[in-house]
Design a protein around this ligand. Structure first.
Ligand SMILES: [Zn+2]
Ligand SMILES: [Zn+2]
Length: 327
């Protein structure tokens, strides 16, 4: 079966502000990783963006927030945002930089922001009807590396060193199980029982157990093979603004392992390694090594330094020396 329809692409050229879009049309989910300059994005798409994951709030990753909001005004919606402290305060202060005296005429826009703050996830709600006051919603203890999850996909994160703490992300669209309808019709199962049968097959911890059909027990593996098939998911990772340290490297590899696509910064050429480490960024070779050791299938590089001008292909060519499948 065809993989899920997930469209993904960089917002800008590789030497411009970072940012990644993931569109999942059938779920109505339009996800943005970082909001740098987003003038190039289609305005209709900006209106539809409903989830935003921020790596950190350096200007080149956050300056587009105002433009995003401006394009969203006039349509009621809730936009979920995720990141690391102080992203809530940064967003709040941006919003307080404007005057909101006519909000009773505005459709309701709410920014619901979940930020990692040491060992807590804190959620705040900033509602246009309250002139974007900073309303505390809840605290949750952090007990996994998943910052967002629904039935279809999850987003994991790692906290990485960029002289400040920043977030790297991995978007994982889950494998999905479907029943072979024609085959299942031959079984003496009705209505609710079919749902139970599917739930039994979906849960891999049932391996080794049996399921009763009629008056006979059948083995999990046998039933799963004969009556269902799997639509494989997709893993897309986004890493930018990190220093090449042993600790960062281990955390990144653990997060992005086996990605179908790794979007990763490659800011400098190998010869500028000293500069790279002093400003906490990666070189071409370092990016290639991470991709190789993490066994990713496709590497897409971006955030290439402006010092190479229009000639930034030299960075991609250098990555290619160490990791073939790069664009
Ligand atoms: Zn930065
Ligand atoms: Zn940056």
């Amino acid at each position: 079966m065809a993989p899920p329809r997930v469209k993904h692409y960089l917002v800008n050229d590789k030497n411009e502000d970072p940012g990644l879009v993931i569109e999942i049309e059938n779920l109505g989910d339009y996800i943005l990783f970082d909001i740098g300059n987003i003038y190039k994005l289609d305005r209709h798409l900006i209106k539809k963006i409903n989830k935003i994951f921020i790596s950190h709030t350096h200007m080149d990753h956050f300056i587009g927030f105002d433009y995003l909001l401006r394009n969203k005004l006039g349509k009621a919606q809730t936009v979920e945002m995720f990141g690391i402290a102080p992203v809530v305060d940064n967003t709040y202060c941006k919003l307080q930089g404007y005057t909101w005296n006519l909000v009773e005429f505005e459709p309701q826009i709410i920014f619901k922001i979940k930020q990692l703050n040491e060992n807590l996830f804190e959620t705040y709600s900033l509602d246009i009807k309250k002139r974007f006051a900073k309303d505390f919603v809840k605290d949750e203890p952090v007990n996994s590396d998943v910052i967002y999850e629904n039935e279809y996909y999850r987003v994991r994160y790692a906290v990485l060193d960029h002289k400040i703490w920043i977030m790297g992300y991995a978007f994982e669209y889950k494998d999905r199980l479907f029943l072979k309808k024609e085959k299942v019709k031959e079984l003496p199962l009705k209505g609710k029982e079919i749902g139970e049968f599917k739930a039994f097959l979906e849960d891999e911890s049932n391996r080794g157990k049996t399921f009763k059909i009629g008056d006979k027990e059948f083995d999990y593996d046998y039933l799963r093979e004969k009556y269902s098939y799997i639509q494989e998911g997709i893993k897309i990772s986004y890493i930018t603004d990190v220093v090449y340290s042993k600790e960062n490297k281990e955390k990144i590899i653990n997060l992005v392992k086996d990605s179908d696509y790794l979007y990763c910064e490659a800011v400098f050429l190998e010869e500028d390694e000293e500069q790279a480490s002093s400003v906490y960024h990666l070189t071409s070779k370092q990016t290639a090594e991470i991709a190789k050791e993490a066994n990713v299938k496709n590497l897409v590089v971006f955030h290439i330094s402006r010092r190479y001008g229009k000639n930034y292909d030299i960075v991609i060519d250098e990555v290619k020396k160490y990791f073939e499948n790069v664009s």
